[in-house]
Design a protein around this ligand. Structure first.
Ligand code: GDP
Ligand code: MG
Ligand code: K
Length: 301
């Protein structure tokens, strides 16, 4: 049987690394256009960014995981938790370093985190255009000792050297899977994931063991009304049974109101602006089978 069909592959890829190693440059090169991430606003630098790269053979959903460095600010612990969970749930991690810089404490911190997850990790040595080839071998030898990287791939994100090769190797590691996003979609709202996690966290905190961890929060809309300086967020809490829906809503809507109030405060901190939050609850039997790991990525059917 020579007519074997080649299965479509897809997966989530987290790009981590110290600031300025070239993560955004790499993503922009791959995606082929600038991704609007409002990165000049300090409060958004800790947010997750997605770029989606789609071909006939595969779809790669890239995730920048900024929370992976030093938890200093108010949302720090939560961000660390989100970041570590993200690393667990993705299919592949790209740990990017700058070939010109030596191994530092930031790298040490990241490697400690990598040791806590089972996800395969590539070492991506960026900015090779800036170093002598001999130096590359020394870097590879040094990093081999620190962590069992599945692959070690030198690139220049700026000049595009080896970027295609890296994509090929990434594809080899992706599982069979569907095309999650339309082919023309290159980026999702960067705050989407964190906002859904913030709401999910409040729902779980307030309902305790009455509602299982299987609830999901889907962000339906994030809309910035410039003239009013308010961000309108519409989100749906997805539960599996109508009894759970009752608990989430509470007496005369009191529980949902409290979930909304606490979430709104955190989202306002995150976005640095006033937020109008509209929360809905929906029963969707067996959504886990359908949405599986996607819930955490704010996927919407
Ligand atoms: P990030 O903080 O990891 O997202 O890093 P950026 O993508 O913002 O890149 C930081 C700086 O490094 C920018 O000035 C980039 O132009 C530069 N840079 C990124 N990749 C390369 C590369 O491959 N070679 C060189 N020479 N510079 C690069
Ligand atoms: Mg960046
Ligand atoms: K990062």
């Amino acid at each position: 049987n020579t007519n074997k069909e080649i299965a479509y592959k897809s997966g989530f890829i987290s790009i981590i690394g110290r600031p300025n190693v070239g993560k955004s440059t790499y993503l922009n090169h791959v995606i082929g256009q600038k991704i609007a991430i409002m990165s000049d606003k300090p409060q958004t630098t800790r947010n997750k960014v997605q770029g989606v790269y789609t071909t006939n053979e595969s779809q790669m959903i890239f995730i920048d995981t900024p929370g992976i460095h030093k938890p200093k600010h108010k949302l720090g612990d939560f961000m660390m938790k989100v970041a570590t969970n993200t690393l667990k749930e993705v299919d592949l991690i790209l740990f990017m370093i700058n070939a010109e810089e030596g191994f530092g404490r930031g790298d040490e911190f990241i490697i400690e985190k990598l040791k806590q997850v089972k996800t395969p990790v590539f070492l991506v040595i960026n900015k090779i255009d800036l170093i002598h080839p001999d130096h590359l071998f020394a870097i590879i030898e040094e990093y081999k000792e620190k962590y069992p990287f599945k692959e070690i791939i030198p690139i220049s994100a700026l000049q595009g050297n080896n970027v295609e090769h890296l994509l090929k190797v990434i594809q080899e590691y992706l599982p069979e899977g569907p095309q999650y996003y339309p082919a023309d979609q290159v980026t999702d709202h960067p705050e989407r994931f964190i906002i859904s996690e913030l709401i999910r966290e409040k729902a779980l905190q307030l309902t305790r063991e009455e509602v299982p961890h299987s609830i999901a929060v889907v962000i339906d809309k994030i809309e910035r009304k410039e003239e009013q300086d308010v961000v309108h967020v519409m989100a749906t809490v997805v539960v599996e049974r109508s009894s759970q829906k009752g608990i989430i809503i509470g007496k005369q809507g009191s529980m949902l109101k409290e979930i909304g109030k606490r979430s709104r405060i955190d989202i306002e901190n995150l976005l640095g602006s006033k937020v109008y939050l509209e929360l809905w609850v929906k029963v969707q039997k067996d959504w886990r089978n359908k949405m599986n790991q996607l819930r955490d990525f704010g996927f919407r059917e």
